[in-house]
Design a protein around this ligand. Structure first.
Ligand code: DON
Length: 309
């Protein structure tokens, strides 16, 4: 385990004690049985900084379901294989619709609004299936390499549950296929997408894994170039406008950082030139964003003056 920063740890502990009781204001995701069983009264928060320190409070080393936060890793992998072609197949605009909406996709002829709504992420999964050999293990290896641990894995119970209750995502995939915007066979694409969502990871691991986005595409420590500086900038731009779904505007207004949420209860926020904050607590608000994680990240950004705007 890396060193922690005592003053950041004290801040995180104080805010966690203040906000954790508010988990009662949300509801745990129930669209698949594997997530509906998760205990609601849990929370953790971790900050990884570019100097290699990881500071945390609460259940910050406990693993949870990555869900839509996986869309960031998959997008970077797709951008590393396709250049402009990717941005002809998926747009870069906020959707103004719920994350699993179908209606807009038909109006817009099978071109998803952005790569972090479900339709866009399924398209990105198609790119991975079509451009990586053994794409599921390539995805897992990528996250493990970034987090510098082999403890991260695909939770088979969550994966099976997603497959069995994936009709809406299947509908999105087949609709895009009918417009000629999906190359591989739909079942393979969905298996890839669900595998990504089912990743089990902790706040500490996730914060460390995404440090390259706070550091112009370079992983601190190893100095490996994970993606180009331009692509790190582009991913952060997409997260700023679309990462929190229909609450992206409010999040920019109140927090002012590129961020991504998942229905497993995680929110990760990138702080360029500083580090990465991950907060996790399972109960969600009506947009599908974690109630406590939202409050924790808002308070941290305010106290440390992190807004980019
Ligand atoms: O595909 C789905 O709908 C889920 N596996 C993931 C959605 C999600 O995490 C949206 N996040 N807020």
């Amino acid at each position: 385990m890396s060193y922690a920063d005592p003053s950041l740890e004290a801040l995180l502990q104080r805010l966690l004690t203040q906000y954790q009781p508010r988990y009662t204001e949300g509801k745990v995701a129930n669209y698949i049985p594997a997530l509906a069983q998760v205990a609601p009264a849990q929370a953790g928060v971790a900050i990884a900084t570019l100097d290699g320190k990881v500071s945390g409070a609460g259940a910050f080393e406990q693993q949870f379901s990555l869900q839509s936060v996986s869309k960031i890793f998959a997008l970077v992998m797709a951008m590393n294989r396709l250049d402009d072609e990717l941005w002809q197949r998926v747009n870069m605009e906020p959707s103004g619709q719920p994350f699993n909406s179908i209606v807009q996709l038909e109006w817009e002829k099978g071109i998803p609004r952005n790569p972090v709504i479900n339709a866009g992420a399924i398209l990105v999964s198609d790119v991975l299936v079509s451009h990586y050999s053994a794409s599921k293990s390539a995805f897992l290896s990528f996250i493990r390499r970034l987090a510098q641990t082999d403890q991260i894995y695909a939770d088979q119970q969550v994966y099976q549950s997603e497959l069995e209750h994936g009709n809406r995502n299947a509908a999105l995939a087949y609709l895009m296929k009918s417009f000629g915007n999906i190359e591989a066979e739909v079942p393979l694409v969905l298996a890839q997408y669900f595998h990504q969502c089912a990743t089990a990871i902790s706040c500490a691991e996730l914060s460390r894994a995404l440090l390259f986005l706070a550091n112009r595409g370079v992983q601190p420590g190893t100095q490996a170039q994970i993606c180009s500086r331009r692509d790190a900038h582009r991913v952060n731009a997409i997260l700023s406008t679309s990462g929190m779904y229909d609450q992206s505007g409010e999040f920019a207004f109140k927090v002012g950082l590129p961020a991504k949420s998942g229905v497993g209860g995680a929110i990760v926020a990138i702080v360029p030139q500083f580090g990465v904050i991950t907060a996790w607590s399972p109960p969600l608000n009506r947009f599908g964003n974690s109630v406590v994680a939202m409050q924790l990240i808002t308070a941290i950004a305010e106290e440390l003056g992190l807004s980019l705007f």
